[in-house]
Each structure stands twice: as C-alpha cells, then as structure tokens.
Design a protein around this ligand. Structure first.
Ligand code: NAP
Length: 291
C-alpha cells in the first residue's frame, strides 16, 4: 500500500486528507500552521514538521495550498519538497494555479527525478467533506489511472484533460463561470430587492426556476441571512479571476463578463470582504446600488 503525504490543511485540504485517512490509508500531514493538523492526528494521521519530512516518508504527495506563491514556498524554501528525496515520488498538486506555473513546477519536480500531476478540483467544502469533488487532471494518463482509487475517494469523478497544465486550464474555465454566476445571482437579488420584491419569494423563485443550481442552493442561507462565513474565500475567487485574465491575455482572447466579474471581486476585496465567502459579492453589489 502506498504511503500518502498531504501538504496544506486549509478549508479544502483538511477534509480531503481526512477522507483518505478514513478510507484506511496511512497519511503523513504537514501544514504551515501546525494547529490545523490536530483533527487529523486525532484520527490517526502522522504529523510531520516540514514538507521535506512528508516527501521523505511518503510515496505520493498531495498538495492543496492557496496559490502559486504558497506552492513555490513549499517546494523551494528551507525544509521544502526539493530538499527531500523526490526521485521516484509523485507530487499531485490540487491547488488552483495557472497552467504556466503547473508546467514550471512539473519541470522542477522532474529535474529532481520525481513526477508531477495537476489535479485541481471543482466543488467546495461540502463536496470535499463528502468526497463529491470533480477532479480535473493533467499529466501522464497511466499514472493517473494507477492512482484512480485515491481520486475515487476524494471525488465523484475525475476528468483527464491532457498533459500537465490542462487540468489547471480546465479549473480556470469552470471558476470563471463560478465568478460570473456569483455576480449574476447577486445582481438578480439586489435588483429584486430594489424593485420591492420579498426576498423569500425571490429565493423560492430562483430555487424553482431553470436557473436553480447546486451553487445557488449551497449559498442560499448566506443570501437569506446576509452573513457570509467563508467556504470559498472571496480573495481566492479574485485570485482565480486574475489567473483567468492572465491566461486569456496569453491566448489573445477577451472575456467581457469575466473581466467585469474580476473588477467587482477586486473592489469587494479592497472594501474589506476578502475573508468572507465569494458569495459576499452580493454585499459589494448591494453597497454600490444603494449608494
Ligand atoms: P485555505 O483554507 O485558505 O487554505 C490555504 C492553505 O495554504 C493553508 O494550508 C495555508 O496554510 C496554506 N498556505 C497559504 N500560504 C502559504 C505559504 N506562503 N506557505 C505555506 N503554506 C501556505 O484555502 P482552501 O479554501 O483550502 O483552498 C485551497 C486551494 O483550493 C486554493 O487554490 C483554492 O483556490 C482551491 N479551491 C478552493 C475551494 C473552496 O471552496 N474553498 C474549492 C475549489 C478549489 P496556513 O493554514 O498556515 O495558513
């Protein structure tokens, strides 16, 4: 049986690592803030003191961090992945980063004798907890097939998009849609409110319409109560829309709705909503329209 390593135990990483642990695998864990390992250690995970130790003691290393900067630090800094024995090991990066950075990291890992796969995910904390994520993979298909049992624990399906970086491109496509839908729902709710419609009636209308979605249902209580505790932090949505813009520029294409959503999320972040859930874009739109 492979020994599994997990680096990054935030909103997503912790429940994902927990699912592997509860499926009976040995899981070595490391997180920059050590206290986040507690729940996993109580269930039998082995807490290690650095990313280097995780790689040295594991065969397959999953990484689930905020962004490229965090992945870069975990790879390059003292006691990082590259100080370990990476030869023969497989690093599976599930963080959302740009396709270019995925290729860069794959090159670095392969120069050190290891293998890199990109496997970002679609679905939020609820799906991470229930093992219902959709995993978007890029990299060697045979290795990915071999590791399918792990992906089957973490998600309800895996889609292979091609070589390393293609999983990340797919992730940017789906999160661009998420950002646009987030702004669309917020505008519909704020417009309905301004037009004097009862909020409960409007929530019921969307729920019963063709525009109902798992996304809307997951965020409905937030809109109802106007409280936005984070499942997917708004600042991560801003990061992803920024990556979409960069990727679109490189491809020489223009994405009008994604650009508008990007600007709205940037402004929400500047106005103090960075650590709220991405659905707090509703508050940003509401503040603007009220002014
Ligand atoms: P999160 O809760 O903010 O966790 C971020 C993780 O990255 C934490 O383990 C954090 O460590 C670590 N980290 C951040 N900067 C670091 C650095 N410089 N060095 C080392 N570690 C660092 O984020 P999340 O919601 O789990 O998201 C993780 C990834 O999944 C992101 O790429 C996000 O875009 C993507 N994603 C999120 C969702 C969602 O709904 N939340 C859904 C799909 C995809 P500390 O604990 O020490 O801060």
């Amino acid at each position: 049986m492979h020994k599994l390593g997990w680096i990054g135990l935030g909103h997503m990483g912790a429940p994902m690592a927990m699912n592997l642990l509860q499926a009976g695998y040995e899981v070595n864990v490391y997180n920059r803030s050590h206290e986040k390992t507690r729940g996993l250690v109580e269930k039998g995970a082995k807490q290690l003191n650095s990313s280097k130790e995780v790689v040295d003691q594991s065969d397959i290393i999953f990484i689930m961090l905020s962004d490229s900067n965090a992945v870069n630090n975990v790879l390059m800094l003292e006691n990082g992945v590259l100080e370990a024995q990476t030869a023969g090991k497989v690093v599976i990066n599930m963080s959302t980063i740009s396709p270019e950075d995925a290729l860069k990291f794959a090159g670095i890992i392969s120069e050190n004798g290891g293998q890199y796969l990109d496997a970002p995910v679609s679905g939020s904390v609820g799906a991470a907890m229930s093992g219902q994520l959709v995993i978007l993979t890029g990299g060697d298909i045979q290795t990915l097939e071999e590791y399918k049992p792990y992906f089957d624990i973490l998600g309800k399906s895996s889609i292979h998009f091609g070589t390393v970086g293609k999983g990340s491109s797919a992730k940017l496509a789906i999160n661009m849609l998420l950002g646009i839908m987030g702004q669309g729902i917020a505008e519909a709710l704020v417009f309905a409110d301004k037009a004097g419609l009862d909020k409960e009636d409007v929530l019921a209308l969307i729920s019963q319409s063709g525009m109902n979605s798992p996304l809307f249902q997951a965020k409905k209580e937030m809109y109802r109560n106007e409280e936005f505790p984070s499942a997917f932090m708004l600042e991560l949505m801003t990061k992803d829309l920024g990556l979409v813009k960069e990727a679109a520029d490189l491809l020489g294409t223009t994405l009008p709705l994604a650009e508008v959503a990007n600007e709205t999320f940037i402004s929400a972040e500047k106005n103090g909503k960075a650590k709220l859930d991405m659905a707090a874009i509703y508050l940003e739109i509401k503040d603007r329209i009220t002014k």
